[in-house]
Design a protein around this ligand. Structure first.
Ligand code: MRU
Length: 352
């Protein structure tokens, strides 16, 4: 890992608050913000100061700690404290609807609240420690994903990625970009094509920053260009992240991922998902059950505050799409690379 990326901790519990990189201003600025209340955390997740499925999971876990610290000041009985905190945790889990890591991490905190035998101060300490544990585990898991994924990266490969599933979408290292990082550590001749990723341009703003800071050769392309480069034989594989994976392997990821997967299938190019098991929602059978976030019209009608279309035009802005499992070559997890039939391989991974 380069100096820069090895120092990045996208989100961290420190000094009794949650410190995070403000991703709304990357790459113009690189600054940290301290989130000190539960409501601030809800807003930080919703407005995408923190973003990326694993990162918002940790943010949700921290948010529960912040709510607990606030409720502790209200002189509640232990029972009232627990009841109100569970309600606040449920509220935190609604800050964004698609990435299941958020609900997963909040559930982990709810388990602590429900099962703790401690007093209020003790519960808060247990929640803090659990948040820190989840943070550290995230980096370890991403490195495992990276190492498994590197095994399927051909020598000298050109890898296409969409959106940002990197260090800044996680606590550190990244999932899809973790695969890129691990592959680059072994083979300096690989390179990345990064889709711009309209409308919020996480590919252009965040992925290109991360990769170039790591010295990984990167070419920025706009979203519509991927099939052009695939036809020219310039893409060897695709690796993207995920926000929620159903029990059959159907995968929700940033809007535009499905288009990339169709183009990859047509051109016979392997298409991989890289994600931790916490992104797999075995409670849903298929991707049809995944709630897709609808975001504001301004994200589409404006760029850098300037309108780019007829002011009255209709706009629809789904934040994610679902790639059907038939288009996915493999799902790279911390337990290895899962292959079709995903109903079986996912079940086996959870049992490992
Ligand atoms: O809307 P975002 O920026 O939170 O969406 C992020 C993505 O779609 C990522 O690909 C996904 O969360 C995986 S991050 C490791």
């Amino acid at each position: 890992m380069s100096e820069f990326i090895s120092k990045i901790r996208t989100i961290q519990w420190i000094d009794n608050c949650s410190r995070m990189v403000d991703q709304t201003v990357v790459p113009y600025e690189f600054k940290y913000v301290d989130i000190t209340t539960g409501q601030q955390m809800f807003d930080a997740i919703r407005t995408m100061i923190v973003r990326g499925a694993p990162a918002i999971g940790i943010a949700g876990a921290h948010g529960v700690v912040l709510y607990a610290m606030e409720l502790a000041k209200e002189n509640l009985s232990r029972d009232e404290f627990v009841k109100k905190l569970l309600e606040k945790a449920d509220y935190m889990a609604t800050s964004r609807p698609t990435a299941v890591n958020l609900m997963w991490a909040v559930e982990k905190q709810k388990d602590i609240i429900k099962n703790s035998k401690s007093d209020i101060a003790g519960i808060i300490e247990e929640l803090k420690q659990n948040g820190i544990k989840l943070e550290n585990e995230d980096i370890e898991i991403n490195k495992k994903i990276g190492d498994y994924g590197a095994e399927v990266v051909p020598k000298g490969a050109s890898i296409l990625t969409h959106c940002n599933a990197g260090a800044l979408a996680t606590v550190g290292y990244g999932t899809a970009l973790g695969v890129v990082r691990s592959a680059f550590a072994k083979d300096k001749t690989i390179q990345v094509f990064a889709d711009e990723t309209r409308p919020r341009q996480q590919g252009a703003r965040i992925t290109t920053l991360e990769l170039t800071m790591d010295g990984i050769p990167t070419t920025l392309i706009t979203d519509g260009m991927c099939s052009y480069f695939m036809k020219k034989g310039m893409i060897d594989m695709v690796v993207v992240g995920a926000d929620r994976i159903a029990a059959n392997g159907d995968t929700a990821n940033k809007i535009g991922t499905y288009t990339v997967a169709i183009a990859a299938k047509y051109h016979n190019i392997p298409f991989y998902i890289a994600a931790p098991l916490s992104t797999i929602d075995i409670s849903i059978k298929t991707g049809d059950e995944i709630v897709i976030e609808e975001r504001s019209r301004e994200e589409v009608t404006h760029i850098n505050g300037k309108i780019i279309c007829a002011p009255e035009v209709n706009v629809i802005n789904p934040g994610f799409d679902v790639t059907p499992h038939e288009l996915i070559t493999g799902i790279i997890t911390e337990k290895g690379i899962l292959r079709p039939d995903y109903n079986n391989s996912i079940r086996e991974a959870f049992n490992k």
